[in-house]
Design a protein around this ligand. Structure first.
Ligand code: NDP
Ligand code: BG6
Length: 488
């Protein structure tokens, strides 16, 4: 059984409370923590958005969101008790005349409690919100701010946001969220690498041939088209989620699990990423954009039709990259990254492929060992080994996985990444959040790839929804004599 240690009583203000993320992920996650007894009953949650809503109408949207978006049951007494913690304040968070006094009233008497401001709004308003919070006298000694990703749309805008936020909150009170870091398998990657003596001796160019990191989604852009079209897969997924996964695979062992020890090691990896400039971009990257097709046997529209009638766009909904890390451990070991929407299955995994044995004794077999870490669905790990197929009639070698499915090994309900991260904010644990310099280093690398794309005036390759992505992505691997792991 999991043990849930209650956090101290807190006040949480969610800016952007009527948005997709808040209703689909944040409130459902808070409910689960409440239900498990982790959130004290005298905690308060205040939703903020510009739309004029009564408290009861807002509570109803939280409840509807739980049922329709998170597929939960809102009829339980626990859910009704959770709703009692929730208040709503309508204000324009970027304006001095908000009206902020309503939020001041809602948080009255809470100066000595942990106070969390969760900014689930477009990043362009993060700086303005922080300034207004300060001017309204709402930033107490125990206040902290959570910033949703993506932080800006390039290095310059990320720096501007970081600077504006830093005028109000010191770095130790800024929680830049990347929800992939809250996923169980991602945290387990640290434990796997650093709590087992087995892996470290083989975790380098000496034994590893290459690493693949895949985040494949079946969903399209849906109602988020306006945001997505200005962003694309590179800014939406690679800059944050995929590069964070790469860092955790590639980083040196930190000397403790202290937040800064871990983050300092991650940033060294980002700084060691080899730039992909105009001369390499064609050989090191592939962009795609989905066209109509069948996903999980259902017909779906193409990206442009999803955006709206008559729209054109050269935004990528798929990207594959060959990244290289210039340091002693990883020199010569490619890290292949790919992510896309409208792919045939929802699958996020990290695959570490080891070098083949130096000399093969057997006629058959010869598949390299692979360590597969599945983030979703069906979280778990597989270590693919070569074994002798049982039975007489020769020595047949076969590749078989040692399989650890978490669902089979542990019977607890699988928490959403936001549950862990929200409680970490209240506890003041920064380990799973990105530091300012880390986000900026990730943008610096991503910016030059995007600049190289712009310089070559190339366009994304079309791919049929439900396919594995553009053929060119398979060729990217094929040129190196390697192959992506199947998506189905
Ligand atoms: P939405 O567009 O669905 O929601 C935005 C929210 O912000 C609304 O509640 C809106 O309400 C509110 N808002 C906007 N401007 C202001 C303002 N000036 N003052 C007060 N409230 C304001 O966005 P999402 O929920 O999809 O995303 C929110 C953030 O989370 C973004 O930064 C996004 O990149 C990030 N994110 C989203 C994910 C998702 O799956 N949706 C995943 C990961 C990150 P109103 O218009 O009434 O003011
Ligand atoms: C978000 C992206 O950060 O991650 C979305 O903005 C994407 O476009 C989502 O769909 C994927 O998250 P998960 O946890 O469903 O893999």
């Amino acid at each position: 059984m999991a043990e849930f240690v209650p956090v101290p009583s807190f006040d949480l203000v969610v800016f952007g409370a009527s948005g997709d993320l808040a209703l689909r992920k944040l409130f459902p996650s808070l409910f689960h923590r409440f239900k498990d007894g982790q959130i004290p009953i005298d905690s308060r949650i205040v939703g903020v958005a510009r739309q004029a809503l009564t408290r009861d109408a807002f509570r109803k949207s939280v409840s509807d969101g739980f049922v329709n978006l998170a597929k939960g049951d809102a009829s339980s007494p626990e859910f009704q008790a959770f709703l009692d913690l929730i208040d709503y304040v309508a204000l324009d968070a970027t304006r001095a005349d908000g009206p902020w006094d309503l939020l001041v009233q809602s948080l009255a008497g809470g100066k000595d409690k942990v106070r969390v401001f969760y900014l689930s709004t477009p990043p362009s308003v993060f700086g303005g919100i922080c300034a207004q919070l300060r001017d309204a006298g709402l930033v107490s000694p125990l206040s902290r701010v959570v910033l949703e990703k993506p932080l800006g749309r390039d290095l310059a805008s990320a720096k501007a946001i970081n600077d504006a936020v830093a005028e109000v909150f010191s770095e130790d009170r800024v929680y830049r969220i990347d929800h992939y870091l809250g996923k169980e398998t991602v945290q387990n990657l640290l434990v796997l690498r650093f709590a087992n003596a087995l892996f470290e001796p083989v975790w380098s160019r000496a034994a590893i041939d290459h690493v693949q990191i895949t985040v494949a989604e079946t969903i399209g852009v849906g109602s988020r088209g306006d945001y997505y079209d200005k962003s694309g897969a590179m800014r939406d997924m690679v800059q944050n989620h995929l590069l964070q996964l790469l860092c955790l695979v590639a980083m040196e062992p930190p000397n403790s699990v202290d937040a800064d020890a871990i983050r300092t090691e991650k940033i060294k990896v980002l700084q060691a990423l080899v730039p992909i400039g105009p001369n390499d971009v064609a050989a090191h990257s592939v962009r795609g954009q989905y066209r109509e097709g069948l996903v999980e046997s259902e017909p779906v529209k193409g990206y442009l039709e999803e955006l709206g009638p008559g729209r054109t766009s050269s935004t990528e909904t798929y990207v594959a990259l060959k990244a290289e890390i210039a340091n002693w451990r990883w020199s010569g070991v490619p890290f292949y990254l790919r992510t896309g929407k409208r792919l045939p299955s929802r699958r996020s995994e990290i695959v570490v492929t080891f070098r083949p044995p130096p000399h093969s004794l057997f006629d058959q077999g010869g598949e390299p060992n692979q360590l597969v870490m599945r983030l979703q669905p069906d979280e778990g790990m597989e270590m693919w080994l070569q074994i002798k197929e049982p039975g007489p009639g020769g020595l047949r070698v076969k590749s078989v996985p040692l399989d650890l499915s978490y669902e089979t090994a542990f019977t607890l309900r699988y928490p959403d990444a936001y549950e862990r991260l929200l409680m970490d904010v209240v506890r003041g644990n920064l380990s799973l959040f990105m530091r300012k310099d880390e986000v900026e280093a990730a943008w610096a690398w991503v910016d030059q790839v995007i600049a190289a794309w712009d310089a070559t005036s190339s366009h994304p390759h079309p791919y049929t929804a439900g396919s594995d992505g553009p053929l060119q992505a398979a060729l990217l691997m094929d040129r190196d004599g390697r192959k992506w792991r199947d998506l189905i």
